[in-house]
Write a protein that binds this ligand. Structure first.
Ligand code: SF4
Length: 439
């Protein structure tokens, strides 16, 4: 490595946790093969990368103004590259619109970063490239936590979603590679892992080496045997694949953290059908009820889209009805945003006007706030386990409960990396205050 001059990389990440992990992989690949080290200063950087998101139109529109900013701030000779989902679907059009861009690398071509950075005008965006067995570096999100991809791509065809067109078909990463990676991370002090995939609970249906199929439940069982690993989290499961075996494992396995993201999208069975989600309002409520019966302190988060084409007032009231029945702890809510390469584009004649969509979004947000206050306050006086991760400047230490509530206590760095019993003394809509019971 001494031969190669050390250079500086500035990387900006938009979008989801998979993009966060991809950005860590990009940085680690460039460190290993090209001796780049990450800097937080655009002006200092020899290479500037933006890892993009295409799930809605807004981040795509923002991209070109962002690139303009990079161009004006960069030092002489510094390169600019565009990666991620927008790179996958816009490809060479990015260079056409911004000729000062040096390369474009799609979300399924991360392992090729070392090959494209020195090729002016390189465009690598194949969504058939198989990186499921590529040995990427660890993606620690803190000293005690790590993110691990368990699959790439998605086989679903949700009518509003651009992901299959930017990340390609679903391939599972071999379980032995996942286990090996987690073991290595645990040796370096990690106690919590987040398993990532577009559809984690359809894991094991296809491997690139045509080995025998397996299941997400089996993978969870294997991972929970790793000594020193305390907590297992995962995102995003699909409600359709929440079979009883999975719910049983989720409920009874002590290492699986009791917070689950179940993307609803709409509460109307009619709209779910048009969205090609594959399940109904009744199935969704049945799965939630089953989980809540087995895990009373479970926290449930979700995604909701309002204003999907043909969504009537009654359809919207179905979404509100599901919210009232479930009382979600966290909701990622959006107005429908038409995306290229999606089947929903054919429904434009049934589009919902923006004023109505905004009004529905406001109703979802306001109702959710009332549920959050109620749910967070129900934690007061409870005794819970918290994994402490951060020491704040104000002397507080923060961490998360098993079911993903953020908790603040008075304490010192002695708490960091430990799972400690605390008593909840007060609550706000988004976090809790507690006192440490015993170390
Ligand atoms: S499951 Fe549906 S919403 Fe999720 S990534 Fe796949 S196509 Fe998109």
């Amino acid at each position: 490595m001494s031969k190669m001059k050390s250079q500086k990389l500035f990387i900006k990440t938009l979008g989801c946790q998979m993009n966060d992990t991809d950005s860590v992989h990009i940085a680690e690949e460039l460190k290993k093969h090209k001796n780049y080290n990450v800097t937080t200063s655009i002006e200092e950087a020899d290479l500037i990368i933006i890892n993009t998101c295409s799930v809605r139109d807004k981040p795509v529109q923002k991209l070109f103004s962002e690139l303009g900013q990079f161009r004006s701030k960069k030092k002489k000779g510094a390169k600019i590259g565009v990666c991620g989902c927008t790179a996958s679907h816009l490809g060479k059009d990015i260079i056409k619109r911004a000729p000062y861009i040096d390369f474009v690398l799609g979300a399924r071509n991360i392992s090729k970063i070392k090959d494209v950075i020195d090729v002016k005008g390189a465009v690598e965006i194949s969504i058939d490239n198989d990186e499921s067995t590529y040995d990427f570096a660890s993606s620690h999100t803190s000293r005690f936590k790590t993110n691990i991809n368990i699959s790439i791509g998605c086989d679903k065809e949700c009518a509003y979603c651009i992901v299959p067109a930017t990340r390609g078909k679903e391939i599972s990463i071999p379980p032995e590679m996942i286990i090996e990676q987690i073991k290595k991370d645990v040796q370096s002090g990690v106690v919590e892992v987040m398993l990532l995939g577009q559809n984690v609970n359809s894991y094991g249906r296809r491997f690139s080496d045509k080995r025998q199929k397996t299941s997400f439940t089996k993978l969870l069982q294997e991972i929970s045997l790793i000594e020193g690993l305390e907590r297992i989290r995962f995102t995003s499961p699909h409600p359709l694949h929440m079979d009883d075996e999975f719910i049983e494992e989720f409920s009874t396995n002590p290492k699986i953290a009791k917070c689950i993201h179940i993307p609803l999208q709409s509460g109307s069975s009619k709209i779910l059908k048009v969205m090609k989600r594959g399940y109904s309002k009744e199935w969704f409520l049945n799965r939630v009820e089953k989980i809540k019966n087995k895990v009373p302190n479970v926290r449930i988060t979700t995604d909701i889209i309002v204003g999907f084409p043909s969504e009537s007032h009654e359809d919207f009231l179905d979404t509100i009805d599901v919210m009232k029945k479930v009382k979600f702890d966290q909701i990622y809510n959006f107005k429908y945003s038409p995306r290229p390469n999606t089947s929903a584009l054919k429904l434009e004649d049934k589009a919902i006007d923006d004023k109505t969509s905004s009004n529905r979004l406001t109703q979802v947000i306001e109702l959710h706030k009332t549920h959050q206050v109620e749910l967070m306050h129900s934690n007061i006086d409870k005794i819970v386990d918290v994994l402490f991760e951060n020491l704040k400047a104000n002397g507080e230490v923060s961490g998360f409960t098993d079911n993903l509530c953020q908790v603040f206590v008075k304490g010192s760095d002695e708490l960091l990396g430990k799972i400690v019993k605390v008593k909840i003394i007060s609550a706000s809509r988004t976090s809790l205050k507690a006192e440490v019971l015993k170390l």
